[in-house]
Design a protein around this ligand. Sequence first.
Ligand code: SAH
Ligand code: SF4
Length: 353
Amino acid sequence: MERETFFSLAPEAARERVIEFGGRPFHADVVRREVFERGVLAYADMTSLSQNLRDRLERELPLLSSRETHRTTAPDRTTKLLLELADGATVETVHMPSTRADKGATLCVSTQVGCPVGCPFCASGRAGLERNLAAHEILEQFLYGRSIGPVSRAVVMGIGEPLLNASNLIGALAVVHDELGIGARKITVSTVGFPERVRRLAPTKPPFQLAISLHTPDDAQRDELVPAMAGTPIAAVIEAGAEWFRATGREVTYEYCLLGGANDSRGHAERLVERLRGQRCTVNLIPYNPVAASLPGQVSGVRYRRPSGETAENFRSVLEEGGLVATVRWSRGLSTDAACGQLRIRHGSASGD
Ligand code: SAH
Ligand code: SF4
């Protein structure tokens, strides 16, 4: 069985351990405050606790179950962390400071080790799914992020398909909401949009915004681009998105990875307008990040290329003329293995094809 750590225990259970180790009940709150408010990640640095208590905690109840094994920082200060979990599996977390000095960072977190969906343009799904992350393993990514600097927003867009691990994710986000103070409107969960899962979640109004990765207006092409959803009509995905809006009052964002030469034609844009007509939503266009092409294990003859700025802008203007709100999102930190799943593969933790 996996070893107990401070954050793998419910707050009440962690408090009991602290008392067992000779501390007072409020010392457990001191630990939490040091971590959430000051970004401290070592008992040794929690100097308001006695040396004795720090030593016992260190020996018998480690703070975290994961450890940082690699870190890369891009010139724009985007920092990418590779975290090794207790069983040796690895996940990635990305800390992206705001470009405005007065705002905190956005954190990008992972929900699974690998991903079972298998989108052909994505590094994360290359080796399939190893396992779901536990709630505390998701939470710990936030704690590592917080240790780099204040975090004011989060996107659940790292490795994995969040709705296939929804209850652990929601457990982690409850703590993030209460103790890190990141509100529902500042957390975005990105999913391929399994309709029945979206519909089941919507009435529970979970504390996040929903982004659905659509990628194409054409059913046959979506079967190829999102293999685990083959056979699910796009209309059912969009209907589930509409249901989410009705139940939560929060607009859905549709994500569309622009794959040069595959789904970035004028016809695709026009058909997307038809699909989304009348929906309360926005569209984020994400130009394909081809860094994955240079990774070990990549199939030769890369199928996709990064679209030009002009193509992306043309696509956007067709959507806008059709009455949709659309933005092009060029990914940040391109020089440092930007697309999620790449750091993990480069360091040999996920096998290639
Ligand atoms: N599994 C979820 C969340 C993780 S992926 C999902 O698919 O939505 C987050 C986003 O990154 C998705 O919209 C995905 O399409 C996009 N993405 C994955 N690989 C990419 C790449 N190489 N270039 C650009 N966007 C990519
Ligand atoms: Fe999984 Fe999302 Fe990557 Fe598809 S894009 S393989 S769903 S992480």
